[in-house]
Design a binder for this molecule. Structure first.
Ligand SMILES: [Zn+2]
Length: 232
């Protein structure tokens, strides 16, 4: 009761605003209003075996399941929101999106539930400058819904890579070859892990990271989850 009253008072003093459009929010636990939520296009991939993300990775990486939560399109709301939690320090938004992904996976992947979540690592210098890894924020949100640990040191990024954005499919693959190394003292042996990133395009980065883990960690199985899917 007291908490409800305090919440109402603080709402008047510090209104909860939608991270998408700035309108007043009714519930502080939802960072986006209904209208903005409706503007994000869910893919439904989690309950669609053979979905476009899985097809993109077939023959390149052995995996159990792959999903993306939303379709990515340039200049749309999702791009702006990803920018907020990737570059502008809006960590809460990254964790919020992670929770939504976790809820989708929990209801769709009954036989494929992962044992641990692994954020696709950034180059250490880049992470220091940014202050965090945006994929780790997604994992932290997912972990609260899926009740599985986030493992941060299972795989490292050992070489700096320039952005993949303006590269061709072949250039993207060459750009990330040998970039990832699995940790020698690995806690994910014989586990089913979920590799997590913000956006998947050609899947070249996922492929390189996943294969580095598969080569070096005995008995590990991999699934893939990203917030957004951008067809090249
Ligand atoms: Zn809104």
């Amino acid at each position: 009761m007291l908490k409800t009253v305090l919440d109402s008072v603080s709402h008047i003093l510090f209104p909860w605003l939608c991270n998408g459009c700035g309108s007043d929010l009714v519930n502080k636990h939802h960072l986006l209003c209904l209208q903005c939520t409706e503007h994000l296009h869910e893919t439904g991939f989690a309950s669609l075996p053979g979905n476009p993300v899985e097809k993109a990775l077939w023959g390149r990486l052995g995996f159990r399941a792959a999903m993306s939560q939303y379709y990515f399109s340039k200049n749309a709301l999702l791009q702006q929101l990803i920018h907020q939690f990737k570059y502008k320090g809006n960590r809460e938004l990254g964790i919020y999106f992670g929770k939504l992904m976790g809820a989708t996976i929990r209801s769709a992947w009954h036989d494929t539930m992962p044992d641990a979540l692994i954020p696709l690592p950034l180059f250490p210098d880049k992470e220091r400058k940014r202050g965090y890894n945006q994929a780790a924020l997604l994992c932290e949100g997912m972990a609260t819904i899926l009740n599985v640990p986030v493992v941060y040191d299972a795989v490292r990024r050992v070489r700096y890579t320039s952005t993949q954005t303006h590269k061709t499919r072949m250039e993207r693959w060459q750009n990330v070859e040998g970039v990832f190394v699995a940790s020698a003292n690995n806690t994910i042996k014989d586990k089913h892990i979920l590799l997590v990133d913000d956006v998947i395009t050609t899947g070249a980065t996922m492929e390189a990271c996943g294969n580095a883990i598969l080569e070096d960690v005995p008995g590990v199985k991999i699934s893939i989850a990203t917030l957004a899917y951008a067809a090249l």
